[in-house]
Design a protein around this ligand. Structure first.
Ligand code: ATP
Ligand code: MG
Length: 259
């Protein structure tokens, strides 16, 4: 890839629910694809929200669960094209919730995703991995496989609650299975510039994460909430909206930091 190494893998993680992981995963993937990067979006959440943002559940048979569990199910059997040029998707289903139970006692359990996607990720400029709101085996698979991590933090009271646990998990993964893992940045989401509370929380997040905090913050926007229901990214659904402008800016920052 122009000006950088191919095959970077960015996990989007925060074990807090509803902080904008999926919204960031789908719109950052779409923004990168629009810029001509070849992008793979890996849906590693049993809730399958990223998948449903692009595909009907009837449109695919095998999911990432089959790929992670069955030795004879491979990437090519599962990957789907989306209607966005340059954007492919590894779809998820609710059955992914069974992964942890299925892999009890398997020594390679944390490496399942890495082993399956490393050989193919080199064919993509960027892989984006959406994760569930837990720090369990599924998220560990994402962090073991990723080269970079983006942490979305919701601009709300208790925004930083739980980040210690996340940072500790990151340190443990860096210490052993994945020393390469780097926090690419923290993105403040669901921000409401008008309130003093939001501005105070933004300051607090900057005090903790310093220059890791992206300059771009993602504002609260009804358009961002609506677009997945129409199987659209924010860029086709509401190209002039604040969400489209902000996710395009975030994409530029991601490219600048990663390459
Ligand atoms: P989960 O932990 O359940 O996977 P998540 O961290 O992936 O959640 P999202 O699904 O992206 O979070 O967002 C949670 C809800 O908030 C969704 O309904 C989404 O549409 C909405 N949302 C996300 N970002 C914004 C935003 N900037 N403005 C308005 N609504 C948003
Ligand atoms: Mg999600």
């Amino acid at each position: 890839m122009e000006g950088g190494l191919p095959g970077i893998k960015i996990a989007i993680a925060n074990q807090k629910g509803g902080v904008g992981k999926t919204t960031t995963a789908i719109n950052l993937s779409a923004a990168l694809a629009q810029k001509g990067k070849k992008v793979l979006l890996v849906d590693l959440d049993p809730q399958a929200n990223s998948t449903i943002s692009f595909l009907d559940l009837q449109e695919f048979d095998l999911s990432i669960y089959d790929m992670l569990i069955e030795s004879d199910v491979h990437f090519d059997d599962v990957v789907k094209k989306t209607k966005i040029e340059n954007l492919d998707l590894l779809p998820s289903r609710l059955n992914l919730a069974k992964l942890e139970g299925k892999l009890i006692g398997e020594l390679d359990a944390p490496f399942r995703l890495k082993d399956k996607i490393d050989p193919v990720c080199v064919h993509y400029d960027v892989t984006i991995i959406d994760t569930p709101p837990t720090l369990g085996l599924i998220t560990v698979n994402a962090l073991v496989s990723a080269t970079h991590l983006i942490i979305p933090i919701q601009s709300s009271y208790f925004a930083l609650e739980g980040t210690d646990d996340l940072l500790e998990t990151i340190e443990r993964i860096k210490a052993r299975p994945n020393p390469q893992l780097e926090v690419l940045g923290v993105v403040v989401t669901l921000h409401d510039r008008r309130t003093t509370l939001s501005r105070d929380i933004h300051d607090q997040i900057c005090q903790v994460f310093g220059d890791k905090v992206f300059e771009t913050t993602i504002s609260k926007s009804v358009r961002l909430e609506e677009s997945p229901a129409y199987r659209e990214s924010i860029f086709t659904f509401a190209p002039a909206s604040s969400g489209a402008i902000e996710y395009a800016n975030l994409c530029d920052e991601v490219i600048r930091r990663a390459y």
